[in-house]
Write a protein that binds this ligand. Structure first.
Ligand code: ADP
Ligand code: F6P
Length: 319
């Protein structure tokens, strides 16, 4: 293998830049040529591909977003779109591809691998929803952003003795809500993985107020319902005055945490090694604190498992 390429795809995540840097630097260290593909799979189809040097990835490890830009690309879902991408890949002499992104991007990489282009995937999404890895790049930074917001909202919630609902991202997964809720001391955490009962929530709020609590924080994952809906339910069914806040895309930005920079560096470098070992159709991940690689088929074989011991713990600590 003489030349590889790297792209970022899907929802961006803090730490993607650190992963791009790791891929480029490790490839050059190992004697490979390396190209950057701009705008994800769309850039692959359109041939937006540029050779990268050591300096191309200077001064980016600390930056959020992705210097290669990202995109969602409907054209890549079709055979015709993917055929165009393969043509470009061959025209540029690219023999392997590192795809940095989420579950959807992994599926695209799987299809490309089936067309004879070895792809290795690096998990990067704030949602932490990829099967087979305990952590994805961007999750830790997003958690820190959310917890910072919880702390600030708690100040005003206490001053006004209010109940606050905070809606966080996560798509169909509850990891962001769960970990941030635990770290932020939320009274109630609603995640898609666990059924909830409004009467239970009302009871918890009442018991907190009963023992002199000045405020309550409820974290709701977007996969459960919107904060707006929950606010209305609490007002209509239990006459609970509340305010709500939707954190939105602020969760996707910001300088990556140390943790995200470190795993991005480890994952990116390992992805290059796996390509050099002659393997395509692989994902890189973290299992029991070790960097591992495994088959893309295994990613799709099951859903990501949210650590429900965290849920139990949060319930026990927020009585
Ligand atoms: P993420 O990677 O963050 O999960 P998306 O689900 O939007 O984001 O996927 C990113 C892109 O990956 C899509 O816009 C599409 O181009 C490609 N993709 C997603 N699913 C498939 C699939 N089943 N086959 C081929 N390409 C796919
Ligand atoms: O997958 C990351 C994510 O931020 C999800 O948490 C959220 O549901 C979605 O992307 C938002 O996507 P968009 O960038 O299209 O608004």
């Amino acid at each position: 293998m003489k030349k590889i390429a790297v792209l970022t795809s899907g929802g961006d995540a803090p730490g993607m830049n650190a992963a791009v840097r790791a891929v480029v630097r490790k490839a050059i260290f190992d004697g490979l040529e390396v190209a950057g593909v701009y705008n994800g799979y769309q850039g692959l189809i359109d041939g937006k591909i540029k050779n990268m040097e050591l300096g191309s990835v200077g001064d980016i490890i600390q930056r959020g977003g992705t210097m290669l830009r990202s995109a969602r690309c409907p054209e890549f879902l079709s055979d015709e779109g993917r055929d165009k991408a393969v043509e470009q890949i061959k025209e540029h002499g690219i023999e392997g591809l590192v795809v940095i992104g989420g579950d959807g991007s992994f599926r695209g990489a799987y299809e490309l691998t089936k067309l004879g282009i070895p792809c290795v995937c690096v998990p990067a999404t704030i949602d932490n929803d990829i099967n087979g890895t305990e952590f994805t790049i961007g999750f830790d930074t997003a958690l820190n952003t959310i917890v910072d917001a919880i702390d600030k909202i708690r100040d005003t919630a206490t001053s006004h003795e209010r109940t606050f609902i905070i809606e966080v991202m996560g798509r169909d997964a509850g990891d962001l809500a769960l970990w941030a809720g635990l770290a932020g001391g939320a009274e109630t955490i609603l995640i898609p993985e666990e059924n909830f009962d409004i009467d239970d929530i009302v009871e918890r709020l009442a018991s907190g107020t009963g023992r002199g609590k000045k405020h309550s924080i409820i974290i709701v994952a977007e996969g459960v319902m919107s904060a707006n809906e929950l606010a209305k339910i609490l007002r209509d069914t239990a006459d609970i005055d509340n305010r709500y806040s939707v954190l939105g895309h602020v969760q996707r930005g910001g300088s990556p945490s140390v943790r995200d920079r470190v795993i991005a560096s480890q994952f990116g470098a390992r992805a290059v090694e796996v390509l050099l070992e002659g393997h395509g159709g692989k994902a890189i991940g973290m299992q029991k604190n070790q960097v591992v690689d495994y088959n893309l088929e295994d990613v799709f074989a099951d859903h990501h498992e949210t650590d429900m011991t965290m849920y139990k713990l949060s319930q026990e600590l927020s009585i």
